[in-house]
Design a binder for this molecule. Structure first.
Ligand code: ZN
Length: 183
């Protein structure tokens, strides 16, 4: 069975690729989970994030943005002592900041899901490359969304991070032409 080449040789990445990557997300809680994980990734490997994913889930109240928005200095101090997650103050503070921005979007658009899918008119963008090295790291769409998110107060979500997020939540389907997950 052929898979996208980036996940080969790693069970955690294979399982993620087969079960989650590129499956369209329509639930706000899951959108927030991926925004959090992707924002944590910058400068690290996705493998590192996947390995720590359950630690993140436990540390950040199952990715409940309403609870995260209420985190105070005491909670930040506790998170900075948690060896199971990424202990980088600016990233942790950005998660709290992003929870506030996320809730503001829900209020403005009804849901984050409603907001994010409007960028493609609710359609999945399908690209078929032969190898991962051909896949761009960002596009005009990710530039636009990153810019808009920044305007709305989000941090640690540059265009490259946003492009990774759009692939994760299935707004962009970048399974390779040879991959069995290709629809
Ligand atoms: Zn694939």
């Amino acid at each position: 069975m052929k898979r996208c080449d980036w996940c080969e040789g790693n069970n955690l990445q294979i399982e993620y690729h087969d079960k989650e990557w590129g499956v369209p997300v329509y639930e706000d809680r899951i959108h927030f989970e991926f925004l959090l994980l992707e924002s944590m990734q910058s400068g690290l490997s996705w493998q590192t994030i996947l390995m720590k994913r359950e630690n993140f889930r436990a540390a950040f109240d199952q990715f409940d943005y309403n609870l995260i928005a209420q985190y105070d200095e005491l909670k930040i101090a506790a998170l900075l002592k948690n060896e199971g997650i990424i202990r980088y103050r600016k990233k942790i503070e950005s998660v709290i900041n992003n929870a506030h921005a996320f809730i503001a979007i829900q209020k403005e658009f009804g849901s984050f899901n409603q907001y994010i899918w409007q960028f493609t008119n609710r359609k999945i963008i399908v690209n078929r490359y032969q190898a991962s090295k051909e896949v761009p790291s960002k596009t005009e769409l990710s530039d636009l969304i990153s810019y808009d998110l920044k305007k709305k107060g989000f941090k640690f979500l540059g265009s490259i991070t946003v492009y990774a997020y759009l692939q994760a939540v299935g707004i962009i389907d970048n399974h390779l032409d040879s991959c069995f997950k290709k629809v």
